[in-house]
Design a protein around this ligand. Structure first.
Ligand code: HEM
Length: 426
């Protein structure tokens, strides 16, 4: 199988030392992972478009602006989102991430229109007491646990926008544990090579029951614009279709923001000078008051740090499609695109300053939220919640340097292995 996977590598060219080191570092040196290393090695030889193949798997990888644009935009109609039998299809049913064609457009429109910036801002404001509570707990312990703490925070943000239902601490523990099982269920695994759908975990059935109950309760609240819009679009009799959408928003919206927040904390812990500069910017704009979202959105260094983290560690590292005509799988590698050495100077390093020059990245070179018809409908929400949580955190504490960053796993999203960051009160 290894031979098959490397089939695209031409034998006439030998690996230059810096290329070999780059691949090795992406593979072995934390936070690298075997898959990260393998992908970057493959791309070194096989350029912006290549094929990974194994006995039951043929997957074309788009990893440069032209090939990515073709799949996401120019020929988007020639691709389906998911194959029947994939875990994603089993988990999300008729969820937005799975359906194609006009129904996809209609549901997406509802979600995007009902989650306007105004709605998001006012809903997110509800998250602050929960954030402060968790922060105080972290301060008491002198540590922040990853990914637990970001998981709790990003769930609270989703809860305040879509569900309006505060779980008890015990319910929340069960809920987040189930969520983690579901996220792992849809990640890449042996099923890709064996061509066999793994059985849905028990967590799936528990989660559906919980989401159905939350949906019914949220419908009763007159001020829940996104849920009411969703209900109108799904029709009264289609609760199951609406719950598919909620499952999609929950899983797609939770793990991604958790990953981004974890990456930010880990990167900032390693850069005390940058952290102080960021703290100064936030302090200058808000003092110790709870920050207003629209103020945070105008802070250039905060913006640059978030953008650069999304470049280096895009939570959704790849988008999967299947070609309608051939049935072949296609992977759009946002990870490789963001580390393209001809596009990004010092591509593997964390350089937030590159975003302070006023120059915008070229078309189809930076796509942390995707592009085209399947562009992420939660992009505004994610940026707002993460900036807000990070700013609030830095107002209170400084993150202490870690001896070395935890490893990353390329699952459904990029996922840092559990770790602890020491914090000191400011
Ligand atoms: C940092 C946070 C996030 C990142 C980096 C991110 C990234 C992405 C990317 C790259 C895609 C396109 C994948 C592809 O090409 O197949 C996507 C799709 C999607 N995202 Fe996000 N996302 C984030 C947060 C959220 C949030 C908060 C929500 C919802 C509340 C959300 C809901 C979705 C949904 C439903 C889709 C599927 C869209 C479709 O198929 O039309 N995401 N996201």
């Amino acid at each position: 199988m290894r031979e098959d996977i490397h089939r695209g590598i031409p034998s006439t060219r030998s690996l230059r030392p810096e290329e070999g080191w780059r691949a090795l570092r992406n593979m072995l040196v934390p936070p690298g992972s075997p898959l990260m290393g393998l992908l970057s090695l493959h791309r070194t030889f096989a350029s912006d478009e290549f094929e990974l193949s194994a006995p039951r798997l043929r997957m074309r990888v788009a990893a440069g602006p032209a090939s990515v644009k073709r799949v996401l935009h120019e020929q988007a109609d020639g691709y389906r989102s998911r194959l029947e039998g994939d875990p994603v299809t089993a988990l999300f049913g008729q969820g937005l991430l799975v359906i194609d064609g006009p129904r996809h457009g209609a549901v997406k429109d509802v979600i995007v229109r009902s989650s306007t910036r105004g709605v998001l801002e006012s809903r997110l404001r509800d998250t602050l007491p929960a954030l402060d509570e968790a922060l105080q707990r972290a301060l008491g312990q002198g540590t922040i646990s990853l990914p637990d703490m970001p998981r709790r925070m990003t769930w609270r943000a989703l809860e305040s926008v879509y569900f309006h239902h505060r779980l008890t601490p015990e319910e929340e523990r069960a809920h987040l544990s189930d969520l983690t099982h579901l996220v792992h269920y849809i990640g890449p695994g042996w099923w890709l090579l064996l061509g066999k759908t793994p059985r849905l975990p028990k967590a799936y059935h528990r989660m559906r029951l919980r989401l159905s109950a939350m949906y019914e309760r949220a419908l009763i609240r007159p001020d829940n614009a996104p849920i009411h819009a969703l209900a109108r679009a799904c029709g009264d009799e289609e609760t199951s279709f609406a719950v598919d959408q909620l499952m999609t928003l929950l899983v797609a919206g939770h793990d991604t923001a958790t990953s981004l927040l974890s990456s930010l904390l880990i990167l900032l812990a390693q850069r005390p000078g940058l952290q102080d500069a960021l703290w100064g910017e936030i302090q200058g704009a808000t003092g110790r008051e709870r920050p207003e979202i629209r103020v945070l959105d105008r802070l250039p260094l905060l913006d640059a740090v978030v953008k650069e983290t999304l470049r280096l560690y895009p939570p959704i590292h790849s988008g999967l499609r299947s070609e309608v005509e051939s049935g072949d799988r296609v992977m759009v590698s946002y990870f490789l695109l963001h580390r393209h050495q001809e596009i990004w100077p010092d591509a593997d390093s964390f350089v937030p300053e590159r975003w302070l020059t006023g120059l915008a990245p070229g078309a189809y070179t930076y796509l942390p939220f995707g592009a085209g018809p399947r562009y992420c409908p939660g992009a505004t929400f994610a940026r707002l919640e993460v900036k807000w949580i990070l700013a609030r955190l830095l107002q209170h504490v400084s993150l202490q340097p870690m001896s070395r960053p935890p490893r990353i796993a390329m699952r459904a999203a990029l996922e840092h292995r559990p770790t602890v960051i020491a914090v000191r009160r400011r």
